[in-house]
Design a protein around this ligand. Sequence first.
Ligand code: PLP
Length: 403
Amino acid sequence: MLLSSRVKGVSDSITQQLNEKAQNLAEEGQIIYNLSAGQLPIKPPQEFIEKIQQQLNFLKSYQYSPVTGIPELKKKILSQHFEKRKIEGEGLDVIVSNGSKQSIYIALGAILDPGDEVILLAPYWVSYPEMIKFWGGIPVPVKSNVYDAFSPVLEDIAKVITPRTKAIIINSPNNPAGIHYPEKWMKAFAALMKEHSEVWLLSDEVYSDLSYFDPEPTYFYQHEPSLIERTMSFGAISKSLAATGLRLGWTIAPKSAVSAMGKIQGQTTSGASALIQRALVDFDFSQLGRFLEPVKVHLRRSANMIREKLRASDLPNLWYQSHSAFYFMLDFSRTPMFARFAGEHPENDYSKEICQEILETLGIALVPGTDFGLPNSARMSLTMEEVPFQEAINKLVTYLITP
Ligand code: PLP
């Protein structure tokens, strides 16, 4: 039977494919260091688990919630957003969805017409281009790399803005780079965006609580409050409450956008889990800092560990110090190992082949940079426990320095 041309144009999730391969190798008895994970290997805070358990007793927890979410939760999300970002805003609303992945997907559906362009700042989260293509849009990447600290040059962004530009997606803290854009950059970005009043600003903030070196992230709309009128901010419990499987995220956006997104949600998923929404209404978010403190200590330690190992191995040019989210990006193109793949053609991208070899020979699962828009690189996760993580990076660095 024939499948749609729309779905044929969309790639499978490379992260999930790699995870499967790593799991298969582990089942065959090979020792696997899975550094591809985008989630914390711990349970959510006990207080949140208890709130879920308490809600199990109520009929309403098993029934449809309003399409855009339970009003008390929406109110709570909005007031916390204002409080945390120290902003105010009229005319905003919230829509709660099945994870922020769905939030971003329906946000794009609410604004894109076929042929519309969406600017992405590379390296970018792998799902953005595929989601844009699903709605008939065209992803327009703007490059950055370790040398500019993964913050794209603003003139490069300005150059690709055209009358067809419908939106720009900005993800800070960033998956995969493990950085958030510096305040100075954010201010300049805000000033640039002020000049382009037709462009929607999609701000993916799912890692906003997860910065582990000062200073904390700031957002363009904090520097230029008028931009709030065309900003959609995405948040979730997946990363900061260690709850990827509970599938709950949200969008804070102008009322017109929330109403359009509600139409898509109402006709597709009907809304997010009533149980989890109700538990969140009761959960005291001020617990979050205490819950995340050991997580940040762990991320900081892992980031320092890999940095020290790379420095000691005389590999100074292939990384930029990560300071937020769960990730660390390695640029392979300056390693002695790279010549073996690149031969006469260093301009090509060998990320997938290199990651495949690393998985098969060292048992280390990394995510190739190709789908993040950063050739000849890979993303490694910092969430693994200390001892196996140290073992994995020792093996990996030996591999990188061996021609
Ligand atoms: N945005 C970014 C940058 C991510 O890395 C992820 C998940 O990995 C998501 C959004 C989606 O998260 P969720 O759908 O679990 O809320």
